[in-house]
Design a protein. Structure first.
Length: 250
């Protein structure tokens, strides 16, 4: 017999799983979708869906074949006209991807124009310190573009990179996201190394010089003696000394 407690437990586990699942927001523009390879797009969704919950924001009229792909994968779709506040949409996502960044969208982002939903989403994402990955559409990556137009595109790409956006072919998006995660983990490990534990009875200036530059906190056993030159070195490098009992000196 299914009891109320069992139902509550199941619901609790489902909610916990959803809360812990990482989320990506994909933004599709009507112009970019025209040059989006459906097979490549479907393959990308399949690869990302193994690790992320996917949300797609449709900015403008999108072709039916792309809509059918989204339906086949059971992706959560948000129409631009029905969009809740941008802050709330962006806050749900770990990163934002433009699978087919068209020329007009690229220019608006590069020039800082916030007159369209897609550029507003990009800047809101950057403002929150999250990653934005732009995948140039088929036209932008086509080799036969006139030289004058190519110069504009290269200038726009350089500007959006300087803002913090990442540029990647659609087929390499999964790899880029993996590199971002690994880099974040490495940064976290580096932060853990900012603390040094010293176990000897006498701390000298030479000991301070041999410590890595990233050390910002020095944990000493109670009773360790610090030479005057070592005190100067600690102050110069801005290292905080903490004794095991919590007493701070220097």
């Amino acid at each position: 017999m299914v009891t109320r407690e069992m139902i509550e437990e199941i619901v609790s586990r489902v909610l916990e799983k959803l809360n812990n699942q990482r989320t990506l927001l994909l933004v599709l523009t009507a112009e970019g979708v025209k040059r989006l390879d459906p097979l490549l797009f479907a393959k990308t969704l399949q690869g990302l869906q193994s690790f992320y919950q996917l949300i797609v924001l449709l900015s403008g009229r999108v072709e039916d074949k792309i809509r059918h792909i989204l339906m086949d994968f059971g992706v959560e779709v948000i129409e631009e006209t029905d969009c809740e506040s941008l802050e709330r949409v962006v806050s749900r996502a770990e990163a934002v991807i433009l699978p087919a960044a068209d020329q007009d969208t690229l220019a608006r982002i590069a020039l800082g124009l916030l007159d369209q939903t897609v550029s507003k989403v990009v800047f809101e994402t950057l403002y929150e310190g999250k990653k934005v990955i732009l995948c140039p559409d088929g036209r932008l990556s086509k080799p036969g573009i006139p030289q004058g137009l190519r110069c504009f595109i290269e200038e726009y790409l350089q500007k959006v990179r300087s803002m913090g956006c990442l540029i990647s072919p659609l087929e390499e998006v999964k790899m880029v996201l993996t590199n971002i995660t690994e880099s974040a983990d490495s940064d976290s490990d580096a932060e853990k190394c900012e603390e040094e534990i010293y176990c000897k009875k006498l701390l000298t200036a030479e000991d301070i010089k041999q410590m890595p530059q990233k050390v910002k906190h020095l944990v000493l056993g109670n009773g360790v003696l610090i030479t005057p030159l070592a005190q100067d070195q600690l102050r110069t490098r801005g290292i905080e000394v903490v004794f095991r009992k919590g007493e701070k000196r220097g």
